[in-house]
Design a protein around this ligand. Structure first.
Ligand code: B12
Ligand code: SF4
Length: 527
């Protein structure tokens, strides 16, 4: 069978369709992979990037590559729905192939997806797509394949979900063969290029998270897979073998870092983490980024063994400093636990960059809640990096249901994505930073950037002083200075400075002054 897999996501080194390609190729299928990142794979912050269709020439390039495919699969995250709907329309007009959507969005919102496509895959795609391709190849009916929903004339065929894959070791390593891999780069779809891949290899050791944060896909997945073992893990040897292979095949890419994108890697039991750390240090020995920390999973022992193994960047969700808002978001844990965890990380500050996620621009949050959150943040020992994200109510989540109930959103995600606001910001097309440019959001960045004395931080979040506007003068100077501090920090690291300078020149050449301005006011991500 000829199968084409398409991803609109920005990160080209991501496991989604590479995992599927590997298993399909092993079955002897002829697989083509097309990555269509906008803005040459940079994080999407251009206004409209999430909703603007691909230019006609790009769509034509894609269609000329995939036109003979029997199956065309597209991976869909909710924020990419508008882009994928447009692309799908064109593909369906110009090819006779069956088009399948898979990934998080169809898993969360299967029914509405069938308005735009005839087949969707829910949950894990490996075994499902493998079975479907095999049935199609032998010209058998495939309409009862589990995980799939089909539109068949006026009818909708809904099949059950197959159980979660428990033995993750049996899955194939991601497909990085580069043969028949294409990339949208400099506005042209072309054979995969080294620059697009980057130097960070992204993979995972576990799948699933038993927590139920109200904004997260796992809340919904855990309902769908109720009664099953949710938190599944590969053996350490399986992961290390994958990484060894990647290191060995370094001729094309030149991997310089490994990043574990698991939802909850640090929740693995200590003996497993110890075994991983020992083998990683001995056999891989590349800088390691580990995400998926929650305050509950941080212990000194776990942090130390991972730092000793090479972990130099870590990311943890704090999400909010007010217990009331965390309760609303169904986040477990107290402020004390958050402070305990950041203090543990801080012990390793010489070897570890800490990045903490915060969710902001939440219409259910009052000014008092925000001030409470900032009070917690001013207790976090520096240095650290804060990633602020506006709350996005993804379809299927409890937050989405509240947003529709309270009339912030219409309930039609495609309309909401294009037109509606939540927390006062259009969901996608005003997406300039990842958050609104407000006094309080900028305070998070100011507190992260400067070693300010506590009395000054407390002054800046004093409700009365804010009301009388006397905090605005220091705020203005501190905000303006963030760019300068950034330059000073960058200049201490010649490699980073060179890269920053190169990108600046490129933006200058393209006359992209907005990007230059924006980058001045944004802080380097450690993640
Ligand atoms: C790693 C990760 C990232 C990476 C890379 C993401 C990528 N794939 O490009 C980074 C850090 C870059 C990232 C960024 C973002 N992410 Co992210 N990310 C994840 C994370 C933690 C793991 C994804 C992963 O690789 N899993 C491992 C692979 C093997 O599984 P998978 O991708 O789910 O694919 C399987 C199935 O879904 C299915 N499948 C997938 N595609 C297809 C296609 C077909 C045809 C078929 C049949 C099956 C199929 O089969 C696959 C194998 O089983 C998930 C959380 C999660 N639990 O899913 C969030 C998650 C996907 N991210 C999310 C979001 C929102 C984002 C951002 C949009 C955030 C933002 N606002 O900027 C950005 C968008 C980036 C961009 N512009 O491209 C949300 C998506 C929510 C939603 N409803 O769509 C998630 C679910 C987290 C959450 N909050 O709930 N992310
Ligand atoms: S802990 Fe993280 S991955 Fe798990 S449900 Fe909460 S947000 Fe999602």
């Amino acid at each position: 069978m000829k199968i084409a897999l398409i991803s609109p996501n920005s990160l080209v080194s991501n496991p989604s369709i590479r995992a599927l390609s590997a298993i399909l190729k092993n079955d002897g299928h002829d697989v083509t992979m097309i990555h269509l990142p906008k803005e040459n794979g940079r994080e999407l912050i251009e206004p409209g990037a999430f909703i603007t269709p691909y230019p006609a020439e790009v769509v034509d390039d894609v269609i000329s590559i995939i036109k003979d495919s029997d199956i065309i699969g597209i991976t869909v995250m909710s924020q990419f729905l508008a882009v994928v709907v447009d692309l799908t329309k064109e593909i369906r007009k110009k090819t006779k192939s069956i088009v399948i959507w898979g990934g998080v969005h169809p898993t969360m919102e299967p029914a509405s997806c069938l308005d735009y496509v005839d087949c969707i895959c829910m949950g894990e795609g490996e075994e499902a797509l493998q079975e479907l391709a095999c049935l199609m190849e032998s010209s058998k009916s495939y309409y009862s394949t589990r995980n799939f929903w089909f539109r068949k004339g006026d009818q909708i065929v809904k099949n059950h979900l197959r159980p979660y894959i428990q033995d993750l070791d049996k899955l194939f390593f991601q497909d990085y063969s580069f043969e028949d891999h294409y990339i949208l780069w400099n506005n042209k779809v072309q054979p995969m290029i080294k620059e697009a891949i980057g130097v960070t290899y992204n993979t995972y050791m576990t799948r699933g998270c038993p927590n139920r944060c109200a904004f997260c896909c796992n809340e919904v997945f855990n309902n769908k897979y109720k009664g099953q073992n949710i938190f599944r893990k590969r053996s350490v040897d399986s992961l290390i073998n994958e990484l060894k292979l990647i290191k060995k095949s370094n001729n094309f890419v030149g991997w310089k870092r490994i990043r574990l994108v698991d939802d909850l890697f640090p929740a693995l039991p200590l003996p497993t983490l110890k075994e991983f750390a020992e083998k990683y240090k001995k056999e891989i020995n590349l800088p390691l980024s580990v995400g998926g920390w929650t305050p509950q999973t941080v212990t000194d022992t776990k942090t130390k063994i991972l730092v000793d193994a090479g972990m130099d960047a870590t990311r943890m969700g704090i999400q909010h400093g007010s217990p009331k808002i965390r309760k609303l978001l169904s986040r477990v844990g107290s402020n004390e636990k958050i402070l305990e965890s950041v203090k543990i990380f801080n012990r390793y500050k010489d070897r570890l960059q800490m990045s903490y996620d915060l969710i902001t621009d939440n219409p259910y949050e009052t000014e008092a809640d925000t001030i409470e959150s900032l009070r917690l943040i001013l207790e976090i020992p520096r240095p650290y990096h804060i990633s602020i994200y506006s709350l996005i109510p993804f379809p299927g989540t409890p937050i989405y249901e509240w947003a529709v109930r309270d009339k912030y959103l219409s309930g039609d995600w495609l309309v909401d994505l294009k037109e509606n606001t939540f927390g006062g910001r259009a969901l996608s097309h005003e997406y300039k930073f990842a958050y609104q440019n407000t006094y309080y959001n900028n305070l998070y960045l100011i507190f992260q950037t400067y070693p300010l004395p506590k009395f000054l931080m407390k002054f800046m979040i004093n409700h009365l002083f804010i009301k009388c506007k006397i905090t605005y003068l220091p705020y203005f100077f501190l905000k303006a200075g963030i760019g300068i501090v950034r330059y000073v920090k960058l200049s201490k690291d010649p490699k980073q400075f060179k890269e920053f300078f190169r990108r600046g020149l490129q933006a200058l050449k393209q006359g992209d002054f907005e990007r230059i301005f924006r980058s001045l006011f944004r802080f380097k991500r450690s993640w």
